[in-house]
Design a protein around this ligand. Structure first.
Ligand code: C2E
Ligand code: MG
Ligand code: MG
Length: 711
């Protein structure tokens, strides 16, 4: 019907084999302001229709050749003829042929003989209706393309019938063909992301119950599994009685908007060069961490880092190299901080938020949940040492060092600003101390850090100077209280400070990695000692040796054990390796493989400090071990609890069900012994049966073999 826009008056095509009728119709229509063209047959009508594109067709039924019905059907089937109004003129005043006319696509009919007045009115009316329909179709098409451009789909939901009508664009957004959409509310809600489904359902139902419009963002899932975010707006349509008839709404694809929001967020909170959090985000993290630390009474530290003489590198090698260096520094810092989870939890570790770049060559680190504030020094030192290794930037070897200042909560401040300021001034102190080092803000912490440094230096020499000694602690059969084993416990004969217990130097040995050398030495010494006793004719006992995580996860354990056994000739079953739960829980499969190999060598295996490491029964079941050693803390509680130690009872029952021996650690009192005996525990060690003692003393407790055989 578009041609009308180009014509002054609407054009009617009049089709009749009777020239008189055509003339009457022409006159009538021309008087009504139409232009007219005429066809004398159906075939001619079809031709004329294609060339002159009339706005309305007035069509006689009874014609030779193609009659009116057939012509009407053909017109409807043509491209332009689907919407044009067709008025059928018929002298057949019977219901059947009228129905037939409608079936063939007629818009209306008029009876012959013609009444010119009625014909004029009818034609004008039909033209008006045609225009309205045309305008509606055009407007729908415009709306459709607007929706497509804005990626908005619309829909209507009738809660009474559950019918859900989705527009073509909404179907396109949801990635389904209109004809495949089931047209129910449930079909729609199934396309919503499972995590958002409840929220969307609730928001839409709230419109009905509370009359509040809905405006939420949620995800839709495409048939290929990908999801995207839409903004859903909806409101209710009410009838005269204010009863909700339906809910109408739109859904707009806002993926792009979300993307820009993310981009804006990134620009606002992250450093563009290194991708690290910036000052704003870092301060926010500190504020959050402080809230947490205050509530749970934990310690945290902020580290302020400044590269030494970075300006010189930048000025001499250029900003490009300077930028690349900063990126490499950021990577190395991230690595150092990540490895600090043995001493603390780097805040928000998974997102690496604990490390930030403030700008230039300044970085900051946030460490939370510190076991000991000195551990912040350990991390700082690791950072200083790791940056001191040379960088290779574009084929150039570059050296850069860093000065680090540390401020801790609660000692050095209780707000983000104060902590950062104090860490900054501690950093200047580090610069004054000759750069390439770290300093605590508080003087006492600095003194302690220095002591630790000295201790580590001495530890390194202690191995060469053979200052370590092994003490042996008796392990007894709980029933007979006779010796069945010994645990080898290391001591440090310090030249100035005397005999030191493990607690005083093992943490430093772990941090520096010296623990592995110490462990290997203890293992060899204990095996040699045990074999020496046996060769002197003393009763053979099992020798327990502690294995540190570092030794277990390194690659020397198997060869060291194998060599110690071969070298000393000790029966493998007389060596027992003590491992903690946490050691074996790290990388379970590799641990099981290692334990299985050790087991195949004939060595005994036990889990030390059992009960403190949260391992489960099913987990223990998978380990090829012989014994569990119940941690002292549970044995201490045995008598203080009103009902006798349910945990100890449970551990014993569980271990026995897995065919494992149970040894109780830290038994100091007769009453504890009796309790454990009642509960069926197998073995024990503790001050009640003997303290850790030098080898000579322990030997005097071991009966000669022939005496035991005689008894
Ligand atoms: P652990 O393996 O659980 O050893 C038992 C510790 O509990 C020993 O402390 C022992 O003296 C103490 N103990 C035993 N019975 C009692 C008691 O009745 N009352 C009290 N109050 N304490 C008792 P020690 O020798 O100070 O060793 C502490 C920890 O140091 C050991 O705990 C072990 O984890 C570690 N350790 C000792 N020697 C070595 C070693 O050569 N290598 C490794 N990696 N760790 C070792
Ligand atoms: Mg032990
Ligand atoms: Mg223990």
């Amino acid at each position: 019907m578009e041609p009308q826009g180009e014509r002054a008056a609407p054009l009617a095509l009049v089709v009749d084999d009777d020239g008189f009728v055509r003339m009457v119709v022409r006159e009538t229509l021309e008087q009504s302001g139409l232009e007219v063209c005429e066809a004398a047959s159906g075939a001619q009508a079809l031709e004329l229709f294609a060339t002159s594109r009339p706005d309305i067709v007035v069509l006689d039924v009874m014609m030779p050749g193609l009659d009116g019905f057939a012509t009407c059907a053909k017109l409807r089937g043509s491209v332009r003829g689907s919407r044009v109004p067709i008025l059928i003129m018929t002298g057949l005043n019977d219901a059947e042929s009228i129905a037939h006319a409608y079936e063939q696509g007629a818009t209306d009919f008029i009876m012959k003989p013609l009444n010119p007045v009625i014909l004029g009115h009818r034609v004008r009316y039909m033209l008006r209706g045609g225009h309205t329909l045309d305008a509606l179709i055009k407007s729908e098409a415009r709306l459709g393309s607007a929706q497509r451009i804005a990626k908005i789909g619309n829909w209507e939901w009738r809660p009474d019938t559950n019918q859900f009508t989705a527009s073509a664009e909404l179907c396109r957004l949801m990635g389904i063909r209109s004809q495949d959409f089931a047209g129910t509310f449930d079909a729609f809600i199934q396309l919503v992301h499972p995590e958002d489904r409840h929220r969307v359902d609730e928001a839409l139902r709230r419109i009905l119950s509370k009359w509040v419009p809905c405006d939420i963002d949620h995800r839709l899932v495409l048939p290929n599994g990908a999801d995207f975010t839409v903004n859903l707006q909806a409101e209710a349509v009410f009838d005269d009685q204010m009863k909700a008839l339906s809910i109408v709404g739109t859904a707009q694809d806002i993926t792009d908007r979300k993307q820009s929001e993310r981009e804006i967020h990134r620009l606002a909170y992250f450093d563009s060069l290194t991708g690290l959090p910036n000052r704003v985000l870092f301060k926010d993290r500190v504020v959050q961490a402080l809230l947490h630390a205050r509530r749970y009474g934990t310690t945290l530290a902020t580290l302020f880092l400044d590269l030494d003489r970075f300006k010189i590198i930048n000025d001499t090698l250029g900003h490009n190299i300077g930028d690349l260096l900063l990126k490499s520094v950021a990577d190395r810092l991230a690595e150092s901080v990540r490895h600090s989870d043995s001493v603390c939890r780097p805040a928000g570790q998974e997102e690496n938020h604990s490390l930030a770049r403030l700008g230039g060559d300044e970085f900051t680190v946030l460490l939370t949940n510190l076991r000991d504030v000195q551990d912040a020094g350990t991390v700082a030192r690791r950072i200083v040492e790791s940056l001191a290794q040379s960088f290779s930037i574009e084929g150039r070897e570059i050296f850069v060092t860093v000065s680090v200042g540390i401020a801790t909560f609660p000692v050095d401040g209780d707000s983000a600003d104060v902590l950062l300021k104090n860490a900054d001034s501690a950093m200047y102190h580090a610069k004054e101390q000759g750069r390439n080092n770290f300093q605590f803000y508080s003087a006492t912490l600095n003194a302690a850090a220095n002591e630790r440094l000295i201790l580590e230096g001495e530890l390194r020499h202690a191995i060469e100077r053979e200052e370590f000694v092994v003490y042996y602690m008796p392990q007894v059969d709980l029933r007979t209280r006779g010796i069945v084993g010994a645990e080898a416990l290391v001591r440090w004969q310090h030249p100035q400070r005397g005999l030191l217990a493990p607690a005083e130097f093992l943490p430093a040995a772990m941090d520096t990695g010296l623990i592995r050398a110490i462990d290997e030495w203890v293992l060899r010494t204990a095996c040699r000692q045990n074999q020496a006793w046996q060769e002197r004719g003393l009763m053979p006992v099992r020798m327990g040796v502690n294995v540190s995580p570092s030794l277990f996860h390194g690659n020397s354990l198997l060869s060291v054990v194998e060599e110690a056994l071969r070298h000393t000739g000790l029966t493998p079953a007389c060596l027992e390796l003590e491992l903690t739960e946490s050691i074996t829980m790290r990388n379970v499969d590799a641990s099981i493989a290692m334990l299985t190999t050790l087991k195949a060598m004939g060595v005994q295996l036990s889990i030390d400090d059992f009960g403190t490491g949260y391992s489960s029964l099913s987990y223990l079941q998978r380990l090829p071990i012989d014994m569990v050693k119940i941690d002292q803390t549970f044995i201490r509680e045995i008598l203080t609890q009103s009902s006798p130690a349910p945990i100890v009872r449970a551990i014993i029952a569980m271990a026995h069900s897995l065919n494992l021996y149970v040894l109780a650690e830290g038994v100091e009192q007769e009453a504890q012994w009796r309790q454990l005996l009642n509960q069926g525990c197998d073995q024990a060690q503790g001050y009640l049966f003997g303290l850790p003692m030098p080898a000579g003393e322990f030997a005097s407790l071991l009966p000669p073999v022939h005496l035991r055989e005689a008894s």
